[in-house]
Design a protein around this ligand. Structure first.
Ligand code: COA
Length: 450
């Protein structure tokens, strides 16, 4: 498939917006800092197609209008001492690209990951100075059949998944001619952005330690360099129920009165299958990172539409042999235990821990100036992010809801996402990136072991 660039421009807020430096929180400035890509595919009706350029014009105008409300996204990042970052609200704008493909949407079949997807997303040059890199890139690609792909890459240094989805759904509201539903809550002071350290951490915070390495290796460099591949696995409602029942079958591993959730059961299954597919020895230590939304875990809770990164990563740990040979309830219990550590005190202690650090570079992933590239959650580790409760579907810019959505993973070995199936039928998708030579085995175990 050939994709030809038609135009590329910076879209600025439609009205003047506040200018100045906006402090980011420690959660914004650590972890994954690059852009996360999501793609929506549409089949607009005939009336949208008769006048060429109407869709592009609608996207461009509404983008400019929504940036008035979400103006930090039109700004740029700037480095400070100690690999810290500040967000310069300067209205420079977001990148909008218009492109045409010489194929029909059918080329994607059932939308299983395909190398063609790369042509639908603009490449981002992380070697450029950070203050020149837009925080949002949008590419609108038109297909011969009239179908379109809208790819949307947003900086993870500025927002988490919840806020990224808030932005796109409000943007779609304006594009449809509706008014803004909920304004974003832009003040990050609720998570003490820009404040100096006020206390010493009161927890250990081993979530910021280096994750386990493969037994016998002294660095993760070998594993980091291996080729990876993406896959999406569908679980039917019945398969999800079977996994959940199995995790809850063995009581000793869950002594709380709250049974394991679908997420915990699926994440436990992914962990066990990855340990097997990676061929670990019994005593291989492994970590599974869980991204926990803290909006309702802090006291007082964050404003409902808090805009930024309001998540904390915690690490469930275990030995591969134990995870694989014990019932799946064991892996689920390790995950539950890690999630349960996230209290309001833990969140503030994490902030204090980070505020007291001199330099963040060791905690930043895809830091353009850092050759180590931060902590490695590839083999023997994993990250399993839940989008189970996020409003991922139904983004309608006026030409109907998407026919398919491809979620953005960070595209590193071990990264995975769990999200509801597209049809609202109780099915679930697992999107996973894994070393290419492990994927076939993973797939086999994933379905055989249900
Ligand atoms: N009473 C009883 N059960 C309830 C309930 C209530 N009031 N409210 C929710 N539940 C159940 C739901 O049915 C669901 O269970 P099920 O999936 O088995 O049906 C479960 O509780 C959902 O609760 P949740 O707290 O979300 O638990 P989880 O195990 O699914 O997910 C986390 C754990 C840590 C992943 C989740 O709390 C979280 O933080 N999610 C957001 C992550 C995020 O921000 N992702 C984007 C990152 S960029």
């Amino acid at each position: 498939m050939k994709v030809v660039l038609i135009s590329s421009c910076l879209v600025q807020p439609a009205e003047p917006t506040w200018n100045g430096p906006m402090p980011l929180t420690e959660f914004d400035q650590t972890g994954f800092l690059a852009h996360v890509r999501t793609m929506y595919f549409y089949r607009p009706s005939e009336n949208w197609l008769t006048q060429k350029g109407t869709i592009y014009k609608t996207i461009r105008t509404s983008l400019s209008r929504i940036l008035v409300h979400f103006y930090p996204l039109a700004g740029r990042l700037r480095w400070l001492d100690g690999a810290r970052l500040v967000l310069e609200c300067n209205g420079k704008g977001v990148q909008l690209i218009e492109a045409e493909a010489d194929a029909n949407l059918d080329i994607f079949g059932d939308f299983t990951p395909s190398p063609h997807f790369h042509h639908l997303t603009p490449p981002i040059n992380y070697k450029a100075p950070i203050e020149e890199i837009p925080l949002v890139f949008v590419q609108l690609t038109t297909f011969k059949c009239g179908g379109i792909a809208l790819s949307y890459s947003i900086s993870d240094a500025v927002v988490d998944g919840q806020s990224a989805l808030h932005f796109i759904s409000e943007w779609a509201n304006l594009a449809r001619g509706d008014s803004l539903g909920n304004a974003p809550f832009l003040d990050r002071k609720f998570l003490r952005a820009g404040d100096l350290p006020s206390a010493k951490p009161c927890f250990e915070h081993d979530q910021f330690d280096s994750p386990p390495l493969l037994v016998g290796q002294s660095s993760c460099e070998n594993e980091r360099e291996k080729e990876t591949t993406d896959a999406i696995f569908k679980l039917t409602k019945i398969q999800v129920e079977m996994l959940k029942n199995e995790a809850n079958r063995t009581r000793p591993y869950n002594n709380s009165d709250r049974i394991f959730t679908r997420y915990e059961a699926i994440a436990a299954h992914i962990w066990r299958c990855a340990c097997r597919a990676r061929g670990h020895v019994y005593e291989q230590p492994t970590g599974l990172a869980v991204c926990v939304d803290i909006r309702n875990r802090v006291e007082p809770p964050l404003p409902r539409k808090y805009f930024g990164n309001a998540t904390v990563d915690v690490i469930a740990t275990g030995y591969s042999g134990d995870l694989v040979t014990r019932p799946s309830g064991y892996a689920a219990s390790r995950i539950r235990e890690a999630i349960n550590t996230v209290s309001s005190e833990f969140v503030h202690s994490s902030l204090d821990y980070l505020k007291n650090l001199e330099d963040f570079s060791g905690l930043q992933d895809i830091h353009p100036m850092n050759t180590n590239q931060g902590p490695f959650y590839g083999n023997p580790n994993l990250g399993v992010i839940s989008w189970m409760t996020l409003p991922v579907y139904g983004v309608d810019f006026g030409w109907g809801k998407e026919i398919f959505m491809i979620p953005g993973t960070h595209a590193c070995d071990g990264d995975s996402l769990v999200l509801p199936g597209h049809d609202g039928d109780g099915s679930t998708f697992v999107a996973l990136c894994l070393q290419a030579d492990r994927m076939e085995d993973f797939k086999k175990f994933f379905y055989e072991d249900i």
